[in-house]
Design a protein around this ligand. Structure first.
Ligand code: NAD
Length: 260
């Protein structure tokens, strides 16, 4: 294990590592709050000026009970702040978590321009060894084949300048029982050091098991499988509802009975 990694592991365990969350949306804000609640100093980065300004005033604009409860106090005590500048956020940080959007385009493909732009900008901002974590949703291969080569620009090298991990956000938005802190976290790094660092970080901030897998692609596939499973089930139940209406059978009553 290289010397820098040992330093970072130690920094994670002692919570002296600084965390930068890039993309302060539905995923980024709860993650920033969970990291700060665990004891890390957090700086959030967003291209939207209004969001940065609201965070710095302690205003929580995402509908998340956990974030709404803790954000104001964490901002007041200086545990969380925000900036529009990626270099300001990333340069002084040991851990950078990327939560930018990957919306589907007309062809149903994720628009990776936000991820690409962050990777390119990050490659200019390595004043020290960093653990970079990608949480944005995309297809298997995105982290290693698209994000990593852009991160390696400007002569950056994995192992020497960065560790790299993919860890999907599995939040079931609006689910009161399962939130950012109690959903098991899947972590897959580009090498053993990356996976170890990523797992250590999530163990430090979550009250949930951390599941390590052999590569970022497996972690990306995990997220795809979960989404496909959910969508297939929603589509199936929609079709069955139509069928039961034709049959004149109370579908909800049948579902409740089947669930016993
Ligand atoms: N919302 C969910 O329930 C959910 C669940 C699982 C996974 N995801 C995935 O997580 C990712 C983020 O989703 P979200 O719902 O938080 O999106 P969001 O749109 O709520 O937030 C993303 C934020 O990133 C900011 N941003 C865009 N480009 C940026 C850049 N270059 N630098 C800094 N900030 C930038 C945007 O201004 C925005 O505030 C997506 O890939 C999404 O598919 C979302």
């Amino acid at each position: 294990m290289n010397e820098n990694t040992a330093v970072s592991l130690d920094k994670i365990r002692s919570k002296t590592a600084n965390v930068c969350v890039v993309g302060l949306g539905y995923v980024g804000v709860p993650l920033a709050v969970a990291s700060a609640q665990a004891g890390f100093r957090v700086i959030g980065v967003d291209v939207e000026k209004d969001k940065v300004s609201m965070i710095n005033k302690g205003v929580c604009y995402v509908e998340d009970a956990y974030s709404e409860k803790h954000l104001p106090e964490l901002v007041r005590t200086g545990s969380i702040s925000a900036t529009e500048s990626l270099s300001e956020g990333a340069n002084g940080s040991d851990i950078v978590i990327v939560c930018v959007p990957t919306p589907l385009n007309d062809k149903g493909e994720p628009d990776l321009s936000f991820l690409r732009s962050v990777a390119r900008d990050l490659s200019k901002n390595f004043s020290r060894f960093k653990l970079v974590i990608v949480e944005s949703t995309s297809f298997p291969g995105t982290t290693t084949d698209i994000f990593q080569p852009l991160l390696e620009r400007n002569g950056r090298k994995p192992g020497r300048d960065f560790a790299l991990v993919y860890s999907p956000e599995r939040i079931d938005y609006g689910n009161a029982k399962f939130g950012v802190r109690n959903i098991p976290k899947v972590v897959g790094g580009i090498n053993a050091e990356s996976t170890q660092l990523g797992a250590e970080f999530y163990k430090a901030i979550l009250d949930a098991p951390v599941v390590t897998v052999g590569s970022p692609s497996v972690a990306e596939a995990t997220k795809m499988l979960e989404n496909i499973f959910r969508y297939v089930n929603i589509a199936l139940v929609n079709e069955l509802a139509v069928l039961h209406e034709i049959l004149g059978v109370d579908f909800i009553e049948a579902i409740n009975a089947a669930a016993t």
